[in-house]
Design a protein around this ligand. Structure first.
Ligand code: HEC
Length: 100
């Protein structure tokens, strides 16, 4: 049983590497305190954000800007403060959110 579980644990992250890496980055960047992929928490669900900006070519840069500089009055009464993340991470997270 144990080796089998270990094999799954090794191969699963490899299969889903790109998506997994970004979810991990989001978790590491503490985004998941306020966001969830599927459900609204304090902030909007990442899937909701993706749906809102689908087809908007400027969205990737705009969302990264929201993360780096903060954003308010777009989704509700609660603002999001500027996140302490590197611009490259903001870019990657933005790209990932728009694929959801
Ligand atoms: C303290 C809670 C909190 C944390 C931590 C947080 N967010 Fe947010 N986020 C919010 C709230 C609240 C909003 C809605 C703001 C509004 O209505 O304009 C939001 C909005 C957003 C939006 C939509 C911006 C737009 O322009 O429409 C994105 C994208 C986003 N967050 C990504 C992230 C990412 C990525 C992280 C981690 C680096 C993160 N958030 C961390 C609370 C948070």
């Amino acid at each position: 049983m144990k080796p089998f579980v270990a094999l799954i644990a090794i191969t699963l992250p490899l299969c889903f590497a790109p998506a997994h890496a970004s979810l991990e980055l989001a978790a590491k960047s503490k985004c998941m305190m306020c966001h969830d992929v599927e459900k609204k928490k304090m902030g909007p669900a990442f899937k909701e954000i993706s749906a809102k900006y689908k087809g908007d070519k400027a969205a990737e840069a705009m969302l990264a800007d929201s993360m780096l500089n903060g954003v308010k009055d777009k989704w509700g009464k609660i603002p999001m403060a500027a996140q302490k993340i590197a611009p490259v991470d903001a870019q990657q997270l933005s790209k990932w959110i728009l694929t959801l």
